[in-house]
Ligand binder design. Sequence first.
Ligand code: SF4
Ligand code: SF4
Ligand code: FES
Length: 233
Amino acid sequence: MMVTLTIDGQIIHVERHTPIIEAAKQLGISIPTLCHHEGLQPFGSCRLCIVEAFRGNRSKLVTSCNYPAEEGLTVLTASDRVLETRKMVMELLLARCPDVPGIRRLAEKMGVEAVGFKKKGDQWCILCGLCVRACEQMVGVSAISFASRGIEREVKTPFGMESDVCIGCGTCTYICPTGCIEMTGDPGPPGHRVMDMGDLALGSCSNNHDCETCDIDQGFLDKMKRAIESVRL
Ligand code: SF4
Ligand code: SF4
Ligand code: FES
């Protein structure tokens, strides 16, 4: 069922429940994101994609990556309220990950120069969940997941042990927008968390590991390249 909504003054007809961010994209309106990937189910964790959605005179801030298009909805993607809140979200991200180049660049682009919060740490993971969802939904393995709560929350293999299901494809490494995951044996600069991804299942290849002649591998690489381009900061 098609619905009609207005985004930044432009009218658009889309299928009901289309995420607002997709409808905005069709109008050429770009909304900043960190945890969104169109090939993965939305997670709504970074809050950077917030927009203001109006029903009559009442409005509320919603995350556009998972808020569904409804008949008669009016959306503002860059109202004062949106920009102010988005800036605050960015400040929090910068406070969490002050050393991540991509976060610093994005903050600068959004005019967030001085962090108003006390520096919270030198982490690289913004808990966007892209790696977890990609491993589950693209690779079909679920070798990593979120563990713990609050400030202890992190992405890891079950019990932090070497995974016996990870195929070492590197998808999580490629899709991570902060460069937080490095494959074992490739330690990054200080501050990176190196996850032990386990051994490759070398016995499972029917093409004698000749990736250059493997249709599956090439198709997979193309998919990954597109994924990287859409999430790299
Ligand atoms: S390298 Fe392992 S953990 Fe990362 S996406 Fe591939 S299977 Fe999942
Ligand atoms: S490791 Fe990277 S992709 Fe995974 S949750 Fe953290 S920042 Fe996101
Ligand atoms: S992109 Fe929507 S919450 Fe992260």
